[in-house]
Write a protein that binds this ligand. Sequence first.
Ligand code: ADP
Ligand code: AMP
Length: 221
Amino acid sequence: MNIILLGPPGAGKGTQASRLESERGMVQLSTGDMLRAAVKAGTPVGLQAKAVMEAGELVSDAIVSGIIGESLDALGDETQGGRGAIFDGYPRTAAQAESLDTLLTERGRTLDHVIELVVDEDALVARITGRFTCANCGAGYHDSFKQPAVAGVCDVCGSTEFKRRPDDNEETVRTRMAEYRAKTAPILPIYEARGLVQRVDGMADIAEVTAAIEAILDGQS
Ligand code: ADP
Ligand code: AMP
C-alpha cells in the first residue's frame, strides 16, 4: 500500500507518518527530512536547497522527484516484500503529482489513498513555532501539545539534546502557507477526480487522528 498525507505545514503529516511507520511497517518518505539531511551533509542538492528552504519557498520539482525516485528504488519491489510508502510533504505541485504517478508505475506500485489532514489555519502558526525534535533520533515534540514524558529527555532514545528548525519562525511559516495554498492545495482535485481522497480532522488529538487514518487504511471508513 502506498499513501500520500496531504495538508499545510504543521498539519501533523510527519507526526502521523512516523506513527504509521512504527505501527504498520510502512516507510515514511519525507522530502523535507531528506532535504534537511542533504543541507546538513553539504551535498550538491543541499547547497541548492538551503536558501530556498530558509525562505519557505519550494525546492525545484526535478530535485524532489529525483530524491523520491531514489528512495523508492531503495525500498525495493513491493511485490517481493518491499514496504509500502507514506509520502509526507510530497507531492507539493501538479508537476510533482504527475512525476509521482510515473515513478510508481515504473516500479509496479499503485497509489491507494490520499489522506487530507484538515486543520484550522489559525492553529498552524502555534503548532509550528512550538515544534522541536530530538537531535539524536528525530522524534517530534511540541512545547504545549507533546512534551517528553520526562522534561528534557527524549521518550524514544533518552537523549537530552533537542533542536528547532530554522524555517519554523512566524514569517517563514506565512510564506510556506502561501506556497501551500497556491501550489499544493490545487492538486487535491486531481486526486479527487480519481476517487482517492479521504479527509481526516487534523485538529483532533494525535492518537485520534492516527485511529481515523488507520480506519481508512483498513477499509473501515
Ligand atoms: P507537518 O509534518 O505536517 O509539518 P508535524 O507533524 O511536524 O506537521 O506537526 C507540527 C507540530 O504540531 C509538532 O510539534 C507536533 O508535535 C504537533 N502536532 C501534530 N499533530 C498534532 C495534533 N493532532 N494536535 C496537537 N499538536 C499536534
Ligand atoms: P517540510 O519538512 O515538509 O515542512 O518541508 C520543509 C521545506 O523543504 C519546504 O518549505 C520546502 O522548501 C522544502 N520541500 C520539502 N518538500 C518539498 C517538495 N515536495 N517540493 C518542494 N520543496 C519541498
